[in-house]
Design a protein around this ligand. Structure first.
Ligand code: SF4
Length: 470
């Protein structure tokens, strides 16, 4: 039985740094949490233990870098991402880490331990331990449970501390009951729940910031060239695709670029290429440790921006509050998957990342295109149904191949699912939304461990590359 959590859509959409929400953002947040715990201790050494999937793909997913940045006090939402290489280079060169204004010796090859074993609770486990004069002073175990969520093993899980929402939602059925009873849309119900967490202004401004960050990631990705880091030799493609689609016209800011796209040819083929281009751009940024929004994870961060920009560039009758309604709806669908199944690839493979993001985008698009609540859930169901069983097999343990292209596929499936649902009759749907959530979770449990973000199966072992995790 999955735990009932009261989640905000801001728990699903987090501004962070690539390449992975479970292997980068989660460990980063765990390190920040640990720093707050050790303020009053004397220490002269720290040891970082990684377990399970964090150990197997941690190097490729920059887990080591994320933890060091967290221990150094950097905030993933604020850090100037162009400085990360420099910060890490200095720590490596000096073999010293500034932790709470104390400079301690630090050797990446000795003080980070990649354990063969897994911890019992979750495949993404890590332990941080401080020592003084060869004696352990304090130690905490964390689990990164996907989408940047973390659990500190020593903290009690007090459900009484949870927010009281006017419309508690644990599954699709709950959501439909509320929309029926109130005669309101999905986004109207979710909006009222969000007001239990934040003020109106905070919700609106927070969502605007989320969309702005997504747009910036798309624009940066479409205007950056070169090879992605990690040694796999993957070349960025979004920039060339964008240039080609605009017949070589260059734009120096986002608004001009969007205007040029809107004025370009509206053929099916071009629209299809633009959606792919938007998705590739975000995930190339993600792979390059750029700033993106987890939606619900970093590896799947391109799907939602691609579908939102598809609507803004090629949609009809666009309304001012479309983005807000889209994100509220998509976020709630992500929350239901987190509660009823998983958004962690280490638990459920890629169906938990790209599958969930596609379902979220399908629901969000259906909502703003005027779909009923049942059509919203039907769209989300269709999108997930066609991702069931999708394995996670990142080559070289990097979030690049097949991850970047998978975002384009997830976005296109979301658009198709939304249009199928909008022209369909939910009453005739054979598979209900809650059934697909449950099926995804059961498929996750049946999936062989090697397909759960270990880089030990599938494409990950078919392509010989000389990378640390291969
Ligand atoms: S294969 Fe899918 S789940 Fe695995 S790292 Fe890539 S995007 Fe994430």
């Amino acid at each position: 039985m999955k735990k009932k959590e009261r989640l905000s859509v801001f728990d699903i959409f987090k501004i962070g740094v690539g390449p992975s929400s479970s292997h980068t953002l989660g460990p980063w947040r765990a390190a920040l949490h640990f720093v707050n715990r050790i303020e009053h201790y004397a220490f002269d050494r720290i040891q970082i233990d990684l377990y399970g999937s964090l150990s197997k793909t941690g190097r490729g997913h920059a887990t080591d870098i994320a933890i060091i940045l967290g221990l150094s006090g950097y905030d993933p939402e604020q850090i100037d991402t162009s400085k990360i290489d420099d910060i890490i280079h200095k720590i490596r060169a000096k073999e010293r880490l500034a932790l709470l204004q104390r400079s301690i010796p630090f050797d990446f090859s000795k003080d980070i331990v990649y354990n063969e074993s897994s911890l019992e609770f979750h495949p993404n486990g890590m332990k941080l331990t401080i020592w003084n004069n060869f004696e352990i002073q304090h130690s905490e175990t964390y689990f990164s449970t996907g989408g940047g969520f973390i659990i500190c093993a020593s903290e009690s899980d007090d459900e009484s501390k949870q927010h009281v929402l006017p419309f508690p939602i644990d599954n699709g059925e709950d959501l439909i009951q509320h929309t029926d009873m109130q005669g309101q849309s999905v986004s109207e119900i979710v909006w009222q729940n969000e007001l239990a967490f934040r003020t109106r202004v905070e919700v609106v401004e927070g969502m605007e910031k989320i969309f702005r960050t997504m747009q910036e990631a798309v624009f940066r990705g479409c205007h950056s060239e070169g090879e992605l880091p990690g040694g796999l030799g993957v070349k960025r493609r979004a920039r060339l695709l964008s240039l080609k689609l605009l017949d070589g016209v260059k734009c120096d800011n986002f608004q001009n670029w969007i205007s040029a796209i809107k004025n370009s040819r509206y053929t099916f083929s071009n629209v299809n290429k633009w959606v792919s281009c938007f998705a590739l751009a975000v995930n190339e940024e993600n792979a390059a440790l750029g700033r993106i929004v987890t939606s619900p994870t970093n590896g799947a961060a391109g799907v939602i921006p691609a579908v939102l920009l598809y609507h803004h560039c090629f949609g009809e009758n666009i309304q001012k509050d479309d983005t807000l309604k889209f994100l509220l709806t998509a976020g709630e669908i992500g929350c239901i998957f987190k509660k009823g199944a998983t958004i962690s690839a280490a638990e459920g493979g890629c169906q938990a990342e790209i599958g969930v993001s596609s379902a979220m985008a399908a629901g969000g698009l259906t909502e703003i295109l005027g779909g009923s609540p049942r059509q919203v859930l039907m769209a989300a169901e269709i999108a997930m149904e066609h991702h069931l069983g999708l394995t996670c097999d990142p080559i070289g343990g990097l979030v690049q191949v097949p991850c970047i292209e998978r975002n384009a596929m997830g976005a296109m499936k979301a658009i198709t699912a939304a249009h199928l649902a909008l022209s369909g009759e939910p009453v005739h749907a054979i598979v209900k939304f809650d059934t697909v959530v449950q099926t995804m979770w059961e498929t996750a449990q049946d999936m062989n461990l090697k397909y759960k973000e270990t880089a030990e199966g599938g494409l990950a072992i078919k392509i010989p590359v000389g990378l640390p995790n291969c």
